[in-house]
Design a binder for this molecule. Structure first.
Ligand code: PLP
Length: 469
């Protein structure tokens, strides 16, 4: 990294200790955190990040599925600083606004598919989805159908970690028994995971099965009580699951047939990760009523969420003469500095044709990662473009999973980290979502390190007697 390391006010050990003693991290696992703490990151450039101890890593996860334009962009820092000087904050409530928020709303309306011409801002992906949920209820009430307030989501989905969005999610790993969840209005159908489909079904039969299940669920709950269906185009935290061909289009058609809003959670897939600004229509042929976005919207340089919704919804909720108030919003909705970052991010993406770049390097990334299938431990390599994962299994032929206690993904991640690569562990998976600017030679580096890490884990498991190989 050529960026100079900022001078630290404390030495690396003191920082590690302060973090360990005072910062409760998202998804903290208390026992391991108490023992190991965290590396403290402090530098970044392009596809690389560095910690306070001076170690450099290839950032295989783009921060957390979000640093799309890459780290350390000077012009982004300048745009943020300029907006902070010009107008750092003014409230957006009721009838005041600011320049970047209005310009970004117009730009997002131009980029989003079809008649998605209206934007509600929040502070991230959870609040973007929470907004979509509230908007769906508000919309149906305005249409004279206040009972339409139930929603359907999928097992394995991740939509955020507010009370509501965590209830919407369907990852069993996230359902800590110490927390409570909303169960009366939120319902789930099966995860569309082709790798873990029933053995007797091919992919087409599996797709039919999923669609039949969804239709049955709609009938069972009653279309007159259902407000919306929530779906990520590719399930991210659920294990980079690409549903079977035709699944999205057919579930969207069911939503049309039974009058449910289709909410596409594009918090990860939007802004280039799959080679398009938005994936719903361009990659999957679906025109949602609402798209939720965050992460790549600012490439993680500022916290921002955007719930982008249709003319039809807007005309209904804002119908004149009804004396209605949309009592929803946040102090930081349309934050000028965050919106300035969003505008600059899109400007960079368009100028450098990052979607075109992803369409070029994405298939190369898929192909190179697929070469890892030669390793006995690798059961599946899946995903699309720059959203990929490798699943380790105890038995390739039967797809038998490893016991959770072996922490396979964590082991692979630690071996990769020691060799200078960050890949995210999720059970026995390791997920990857590198910055979109990654080059083919950096992809080669990433795959070579991951190969070595997987081999090291294989050897260790065999030597421990925990695996036959
Ligand atoms: N939706 C999806 C698909 C996500 O992957 C995430 C976060 O990873 C969220 C929503 C929640 O976003 P945030 O953490 O910004 O609230």
């Amino acid at each position: 990294m050529t960026n100079p390391a900022p001078t630290l006010s404390r030495d690396a050990d003191t920082l590690w200790r302060q973090d360990h003693d005072h910062f409760l991290h998202p998804w903290a696992h208390f026992d391991s955190f108490a023992k190991d703490g965290s590396p403290v990151m402090n530098q970044s450039e392009g596809v690389y990040v560095g910690d306070v101890a001076g170690k450099r890593y290839l950032d295989g996860i783009g921060g957390l599925w979000c640093v799309n334009i890459g780290h350390g962009r000077e012009e982004m820092a300048d745009a943020i600083a300029a907006q902070a000087r010009q107008l750092a904050y003014y409230n957006p409530f009721v009838d005041t606004t600011n320049v970047p928020a209005t310009e970004l709303a117009a730009k997002l309306s131009e980029l989003a598919p079809g008649d998605l011409n209206h934007v509600f801002y929040s502070t991230g992906g959870s609040t973007a989805n929470e907004t979509a949920y509230r908007m769906a209820q508000f919309y149906w009430s305005c249409r004279g159908q206040p009972d339409k307030r139930h929603v359907i989501a999928r097992e394995g989905a991740y939509h955020g970690s507010t009370y509501l969005t965590m209830s919407l999610g369907g990852r069993i790993e996230d359902r800590a028994p110490e927390f409570g969840y909303i169960t009366d209005t939120i319902h789930h159908v099966s995860c569309p995971d082709p790798y873990r489909r029933p053995q007797e079904m091919d992919e087409a039969a599996f797709c039919d099965h999923l669609i039949e299940e969804l239709e049955q669920k709609i009938r069972e709950l009653g279309a007159d009580r259902l407000a919306a269906f929530f779906a990520e185009p590719i399930l991210g935290a659920g294990g980079v699951i690409v549903p079977p061909k035709g699944y999205h289009r057919r579930s969207w058609e069911l939503c049309r047939k039974y009058d449910l809003l289709y909410v596409s959670d594009e918090v990860v897939t939007a802004f280039g990760r799959l080679g398009h600004m938005f994936a719903s229509l361009d990659a999957f042929g679906v025109q949602p009523d609402i798209i939720c976005s965050a992460k790549g919207l600012t490439s993680g340089y500022q916290p921002l969420g955007a719930t982008i919704y249709s003319d039809a919804i807007h005309e209904t909720i804002s119908a004149p003469g009804k004396n209605r108030t949309f009592t929803h919003g946040f102090t930081y909705s349309g934050h000028p500095v965050a919106c300035a970052a969003g505008l600059k991010n899109i400007e960079i993406m368009e100028r450098e044709d990052l979607c075109g770049h992803v369409r070029e390097v994405g298939p190369y990334f898929e192909e190179r990662l697929n070469s890892l299938r030669e390793l006995p431990i690798v059961g599946d390599v899946r995903g699309s473009h720059l959203m990929m994962c490798v699943e380790s299994v105890a038995d390739k032929a039967t797809r038998e999973p490893f016991a959770d206690s072996l922490d396979i993904g964590g082991r692979v991640a630690r071996h990769a980290e020691a060799r200078g690569l960050i890949v995210r562990p999720l059970g026995a998976l390791n997920v990857m979502s590198p910055p979109l600017i990654i080059t083919k030679s950096q992809i080669d580096d990433l795959v070579a390190i991951l190969h070595a890490a997987l081999e090291a884990v294989q050897d260790k498991l065999v030597s421990e007697g925990a695996w036959h190989g």
